[in-house]
Design a protein around this ligand. Structure first.
Ligand code: DAT
Ligand code: MG
Length: 148
């Protein structure tokens, strides 16, 4: 079982896509173990996107992530990191295939609705950045034997 951090970034909230996007992850069979609405501070955004520091789009990216509320989610399941990345599609909305979140709802590179951890190691770091241990709930879905 893996856990991954998903952010429904401020454009998801502004565009009233929160319910639709949560449904994508639920439908796949991932189980929700953490969820909250966060107004990201500059400090949190800097930590979250530390890997992109120095890139030309870095300042714009921080402004975007701090521009309004973000829904932070932790999803659990078999191969959850790669599965969630697959549901999201490529970074650039114009290159993401249909039936992915970005393929269906995004044209932009920056305003691409979702963040998803890109490795198991980064998932652990990012989950710890956005959530305290007490905010995560372990539970056993009633249909676990059917969904896997
Ligand atoms: P992803 O979100 O698919 O993991 P990433 O980690 O490479 O993509 O980049 C983080 C975010 O930064 C991405 O969601 C959108 C923005 N971004 C990436 N490359 C960009 C670029 N060339 N111009 C503008 N924004 C960019
Ligand atoms: Mg990334």
């Amino acid at each position: 079982m893996q856990r991954t951090l998903i952010l429904l970034k401020p454009d998801s909230v502004q565009r009233r896509l929160v319910g639709t996007l949560i449904h994508r992850f639920e439908q796949k069979g991932l189980r929700l173990v953490g969820m909250k609405l966060v107004q990201a501070s500059r400090e949190l955004a800097e930590q979250h996107y530390a890997v992109h520091k120095g890139k030309p789009f870095y300042e714009s990216l921080l402004s975007f992530l701090t521009s309004g509320p973000t829904v932070a989610l932790v999803w659990e399941g078999r191969e959850a990191v790669a599965v969630a990345r697959g549901l999201m599609g490529a970074t650039d909305g114009t290159k993401a295939p249909p039936a992915t979140i970005r393929g269906d709802f995004a044209l932009s590179v920056q305003n691409n609705l979702v963040h998803g951890s890109d490795s198991v190691e980064n998932a652990t770091t990012e989950i710890n950045l956005w959530f305290s241990a007490a905010e995560l709930v372990s539970w056993q879905p009633a249909d676990a034997n059917w969904v896997g």
